[in-house]
Every structure is written in C-alpha cells, then in structure tokens.
Design a binder for this molecule. Sequence first.
Ligand SMILES: Nc1ncnc2c1ncn2[C@@H]1O[C@H](COP(=O)(O)OP(=O)(O)O)[C@@H](O)[C@H]1O
Ligand SMILES: [Mg+2]
Length: 258
Amino acid sequence: MILALAGTKGAPGTTTAAFGLAAATAAQGQPAIFVEADPDGGEAALRLGISRHPGLASLATVGRHGLSPEMLRGAAQALGEGLGVVVAPSAPHQVRACLDQLGPSFSAALSELAERSGALVVIDGGRWRQDAAVLGPAPEIVVVSPTLEGVDGAAGRLAGVDAAHRPRWLLVVGEGPHDPPELADHLGLELLGALGSDGAGAEALWAGRGEPRALRSPLGRGLRQITDRLSAPPTANLDADEPSRDLGAQPTREPARS
Ligand SMILES: Nc1ncnc2c1ncn2[C@@H]1O[C@H](COP(=O)(O)OP(=O)(O)O)[C@@H](O)[C@H]1O
Ligand SMILES: [Mg+2]
C-alpha cells in the first residue's frame, strides 16, 4: 500500500507523522519505506544525521528514462529492521527538479514496489497544493491542526477540490479547541487518528532514527494506534471502537492506492 500525507494551513507535523507511520509500521514487523517528496525541501537527512545520498536526487538521475522498483530500493537507506528512507535534497528548487524529472511514473513505480514487496510506502508530500503531482490526484491522508486557523485552512482547501480528488483520511496533529471526531464530520473525512502535541516525542523519534525504542512516547503510542488501524483487515470498520476481529462481516473496502 502507498500512503501520501499532505498538510494544510497551520498544521506542522506532516513530515514527522509520515516518518513516524513508516517507523511504527516497521516496528510492527511490516517493511516500510518513508519517501520524502516535499517540494519545499527535505529535512529528514539532517534530522536523522544521515547522508543525502542515495536519495531522491540519485533516484531522479538513474530514473530519468524510466523507474523500476529496484531503482527505488537502491535509493532507500536502511535505518533499522524493515525501515528504509528515501531522503530529499534540502533546497526546494532541487526537490522540485527531482520530482519533475521523475514525473508521473514516480507514483506508479512506488505503487509497484509496495505491491511487489509488501511494504508500506509512506510519502511526505509537504503542503497540500493544487500542483502536487507526486501525490497523484489527492493525498490519501490530509494533516490538519485542530485550531481555528487549521480548520479554516483545511475547509477552504477541501472546498476547492471535486469529489474524486478528496483525501480519504483525516489525521489531526497538535492541540486545539476542535474535537477530532467532530472535525472529521465537519470536513467530511474519515478520522484516521489524532496525534497530540508531543515535541519531546517528535525529537526522540528522529534522534532514535525510528527504531522501536524511539516510539516509546505519547506520539509513538498514537502512531502505533494508527498503524494498527491501517493494518487491520480491509473488512474492519475504521470508525468503530470495537476490535476489528468482531467486524469480519462488514463489506470490503477498497484499499488506498496499492
Ligand atoms: N505532534 C507533534 N507535537 C509537537 N511537536 C511536533 C509534533 N510533530 C512534529 N513536531 C515538531 O514540529 C517541528 C515541525 O515538524 P515537521 O514534522 O517537520 O512538520 P512539517 O513537515 O509540517 O513542517 C519539528 O521540530 C518537530 O519535531
Ligand atoms: Mg515537512
């Protein structure tokens, strides 16, 4: 499965949530690859203290005449058991050049890699923009801050897209007066989860390079709950509080772009 995350106005935490979801997935035993594709520039290499090569830039070079899942694998640096990262250059113009060069086949190659390897591919799409080609028609997950500004920004952004281009899931990050389930209702999205404010947890996640012990924080717990939901059988009702095993008779859902 591939999952692209994109943030809306006033919502910090998109990159951390995307990396954290990949890390929590790997910690649960399913391979995961975090792909940094924020047109405003990459930060993951710096935060993780790793080289920018290989990464998105080397991938754009080798993949300029066509991408294969093997090339993607070659662009991913292994962090820990089952966790790989494809890091982006820090300069926005360089990331944009890479994404232009990779073109629309990038998303297709990521899907193929996910399908063939059984890995979850999590894409950090940065801010959700009209022209964000790497996200395909829409990100699967939109990150929203539960503040006045955040809700207003998300509602405005969603108002500008047609039904086919709406994200499926809402991920609430940070603290604010808006209750996540009500916010999901208001925006007409399915609530994937809510990650409260946990700056120390975010720092620990990056400093610990996403290893399982780096997930022992409130943020890590929230991330693990989300990956549990994502890895629940597709028959599960994600909005229910009941354990998914009790919901085996529900109609199946289409998985997100997989
Ligand atoms: N849930 C959170 N609670 C508190 N601080 C966070 C959280 N997620 C991220 N941060 C911190 O906020 C800053 C921006 O996070 P980042 O994930 O890069 O946001 P974005 O990608 O939206 O710019 C970083 O310093 C990060 O450690
Ligand atoms: Mg970011």
